[in-house]
Design a protein around this ligand. Sequence first.
Ligand SMILES: CC(C)(COP(=O)(O)OP(=O)(O)OC[C@H]1O[C@@H](n2cnc3c(N)ncnc32)[C@H](O)[C@@H]1OP(=O)(O)O)[C@@H](O)C(=O)NCCC(=O)NCCS
Length: 144
Amino acid sequence: MIRITQLKKGSKSAVKELIQLVTELRRDTSEHKGSVSDLKNIVTNKNAALIVAKDNAHIVGMGTLYIVGKIGKRVGYIEDVVVSSNYRGQGLGEKIMRALIAAARKNKLGTLFLTSHTNRPAANNLYMKLGFELVETNPYKLKL
Ligand SMILES: CC(C)(COP(=O)(O)OP(=O)(O)OC[C@H]1O[C@@H](n2cnc3c(N)ncnc32)[C@H](O)[C@@H]1OP(=O)(O)O)[C@@H](O)C(=O)NCCC(=O)NCCS
């Protein structure tokens, strides 16, 4: 049975399964790593929520909400939404997203932001289906 739940504890096995998922998302192989301490920092952070899809004990999908408090408003950023390739097309991505949106509402956030490359049609369709609107802005990054 597959359950959608918030991960509250970090463990070696959870890190291993999350990294496996992340490899399906991130092209930069230098980012295909992580430690139990990284995971504990996220799951114990009250300004973050890591939602996972679990097939019995195994994590087969994930998505993370990061809350940022700004002057006069609190907003959320959704990152690292991915469902294991064997489990796609059965509603898990949508359920993970709905759980992230529910967590954002519970935290009384004003706006939720995310980005998705145009070469990810499944993800873009999913976000539009859930009501996300395209923002006319230029995303920049500085590699450090
Ligand atoms: C994007 C992703 C998380 C969707 O997960 P999923 O569990 O397969 O999606 P769902 O089954 O919940 O589908 C929900 C909606 O997503 C869209 N969608 C899902 N798969 C799709 C596909 N192959 N083609 C087009 N749209 C698709 C549809 O709008 C679908 O709603 P519908 O079934 O009513 O048409 C998954 O494809 C994935 O992990 N992709 C690789 C990583 C990635 O691109 N992550 C997003 C980074 S921004």
